[in-house]
Write a protein that binds this ligand. Structure first.
Ligand SMILES: Nc1ncnc2c1ncn2[C@@H]1O[C@H](COP(=O)(O)OP(=O)(O)OP(=O)(O)O)[C@@H](O)[C@H]1O
Ligand SMILES: [Mg+2]
Length: 256
């Protein structure tokens, strides 16, 4: 079967003084339809760059990225992007923020309203639909950003450390919410995180990257059933996989 997203020998260099900095060096990665892939690796190893290229916001320097077998040439409505900084419009309510992308897509008002309401309910912001962002906590703002991405109904969600700024409890709640939505609506997810526990808890595949040059160091399959529960999080098998990923991230030199 054609992968949903394929990175084929994807490279990226940036000019650095009078030389070139290799941010990514020939990355090969397939993400299957409906897969939940998490990406971890040291700061600066090229995670955001990789995702930005999948989003069509950055051009690869070499190689190519395919979406359903077709080369990516720019952004598209089938890919929803969620950045680490929740970029909400402060003067628009939650509902209007969520409806914004639907308006761009040219949907009629009643359809916008229906879709936005569904996405708002999904992330648990029903009671805050008409609130402005300044009235929301950080976690709620992030849920609003997620609802905005969901509302457009993208087949692929590209998420760059979406829960990075949140406290541990909110984070765990949003993880469960995301998994819940994913299992109900079965989208393909590429999710970047610094948190190894989060990476293992969410994914069926954890991609561990290495830096200088940015590249894929290891891919760890997560053979744990869904739905993921507290019990799974505390299981010996979870601990085993987490340790494996942890080792791959933090002992890259000794492993090499
Ligand atoms: N527009 C740019 N111009 C120059 N260098 C860049 C640019 N974007 C990224 N880089 C460099 O490419 C490397 C990879 O950056 P990237 O943001 O993808 O890393 P990351 O893995 O997402 O890091 P973090 O975990 O800190 O978010 C870094 O060394 C960065 O300095
Ligand atoms: Mg980054």
């Amino acid at each position: 079967m054609t992968p949903k997203i394929s990175f084929e020998a994807v490279s990226k260099t940036f000019p650095l003084k009078d030389t070139e900095f290799v941010a990514l060096d020939r990355v090969d990665l397939d993400i299957a339809d409906r897969e939940f892939v998490t990406v971890v690796g040291p700061s600066g190893c090229g995670k955001s760059t990789l995702m930005s290229m999948a989003a069509g916001l950055t051009e690869p320097g070499g190689g190519r990225i395919l979406l359903d077998g077709v080369p990516v040439t720019g952004p598209g409505p089938e890919r929803g992007v969620i950045f680490q900084q929740y970029a909400l419009f402060p003067w628009l309510t939650v509902r209007k923020n969520v409806e914004f992308g639907l308006k761009l897509a040219g949907l009629p008002a009643d359809e916008r309203r229906r879709r936005a309401q569904h996405a708002i309910d999904l992330v648990g912001l029903t009671d805050f639909a008409d609130a402005l962002p300044k009235m929301l906590s950080g976690g709620m703002k992030q849920r609003c950003a997620i609802a905005r991405a969901y509302a457009v109904g993208p087949q692929v969600l590209l998420m760059d450390e979406p829960f990075g700024a949140l406290d541990a409890l909110t984070r765990v709640q949003l993880q469960d919410q995301l998994l819940d939505t994913w299992s109900r609506e079965r989208r393909t997810v590429m999710f970047i995180t610094h948190d190894v526990d989060e990476a293992v808890y969410l994914a069926n595949k954890v991609v561990v990257m290495a830096a200088r040059p940015g590249r894929i160091h290891r891919v760890v399959e997560v053979d744990l059933p869904y739905p993921r529960t507290e019990e799974i999080r505390l299981s010996p098998e979870f601990a085993r996989i987490r340790n494996e990923v942890w080792h791959a991230v933090y002992h890259q030199e000794s492993a090499a």
